[in-house]
Design a protein around this ligand. Structure first.
Ligand code: C5P
Length: 316
């Protein structure tokens, strides 16, 4: 049996609009999701026993059954007991490069890599659609992380429509190491503040009065209108996260003062800014370091990418 080494990309939200609260506690959304080449490495090796083991080099990442990557392996084992009996357990090793609790889908992309990797390792021959279905049982962003690229995501985030690739952007990301935001907290706070009276099971975006610009964003992406894409960045969750975390608000403003379109990704607290070249991205990063000389602030440069999970190597 082969061992696999996979690269699992982070994502940013170019657009996140909350359409309504659902009775199941989730929210119907319209999002535009984009993979970036900031990636974790996931190694899968046969464990030689019947158990699933998980190791991660990041101290804040749980190494037990609560880790989404572990849950992904347990789900495959449960759904395909014959393959599990035939091939046995697996050792999962995560080399964490994507910041944790950051709004960049780090946990979801690790789970997606385990689904894709075990499909290969156990010769399950599942289609992308089947893997996405299994992913939707694990978390709202997992189906996207299986395919990646540039996607319109609706429903809970699991209904995906591919958009033309916009891979000509670089992105500067900033995150305070000591800050992490609970996604559940961000959505529940938004619900209590803005949606309380309006819980509905139907998801029909055309029936809702949209405050924002999803159609314009999709149009700008389809026409590769770079300036408009920058102008149309949008995230409803900023309305609850930014007032709670003034440092994040300031970071966004510093990006904007440098002339970049800046926006929070997902439930934050990562803020990103788009640039047209790596050199410009590096200049923005250096300028932010000067205006916010806080050792707690981590900054990265990454590039848009059209792929999400990639097999880096496999050995027998
Ligand atoms: O699906 P996932 O487990 O990644 O979601 C984490 C949390 O984010 C959920 O428990 C829920 O509180 C919130 N969420 C939401 N609506 C969505 C996606 C996530 O309320 N569409």
């Amino acid at each position: 049996m082969h061992s696999y080494s996979l690269l699992a990309s982070a994502k940013i939200n170019l657009y996140l609009e909350i359409i309504g609260a659902r009775p199941d506690g989730y929210h119907n959304l319209i999002m535009v999701l984009q993979s970036i080449d900031l990636a974790d490495q996931i190694d899968l090796r046969p464990s030689g026993t019947e158990a699933i083991y998980l190791h991660c080099n990041h101290p804040e990442v749980p190494q037990d059954e609560s880790n989404l990557a572990y849950k992904a392996a347990a789900l495959i084992a449960e759904k395909f007991p014959d393959a599990f009996a035939k091939y046995g357990g697996v050792n999962i090793t995560i080399d964490k490069r994507i910041p944790v609790g950051a709004g960049l889908a780090g946990g979801s992309t690790n789970a997606a890599a385990v689904l894709v990797g075990l499909n290969l390792m156990w010769n399950l021959k599942l289609s992308q659609r089947q893997l996405q279905y299994l992913g939707s049982l694990l978390g709202s962003d997992v189906p996207f992380c299986i395919v990646g690229g540039t996607m319109l995501a609706t429903g809970r985030g699991e209904y995906l429509t591919p958009l033309p690739a916009v891979d000509n952007f670089y992105v500067v990301l900033g995150k305070y190491r000591s800050l992490s935001v609970s996604t559940a907290w961000a959505y529940q706070t938004f619900r209590h503040k803005y949606l309380q009276a309006n819980v509905s099971d139907d998801f029909a975006p055309e029936n809702h009065k949209q405050r924002a610009y999803s159609e314009k964003m999709v149009y700008a992406i389809a026409r590769n209108q770079e300036r408009q894409i920058g102008q149309l960045l949008y995230n409803d969750l900023e309305r609850v996260v930014l007032p709670q975390y003034p440092q994040v608000q300031r970071l966004k403003e510093e990006f904007q003062d440098l002339g970049c379109a800046g926006m929070m990704s997902g439930s934050g607290p990562t803020v990103f800014a788009l640039t047209k070249s790596q050199q410009e991205a590096q200049q923005v990063l250096e300028s932010v370091k000067i205006v916010i000389p806080d050792p707690d602030l981590d900054l990265w440069v990454a590039k848009f990418t059209s792929s999400s999970i990639r097999v880096a190597s496999s050995v027998k």
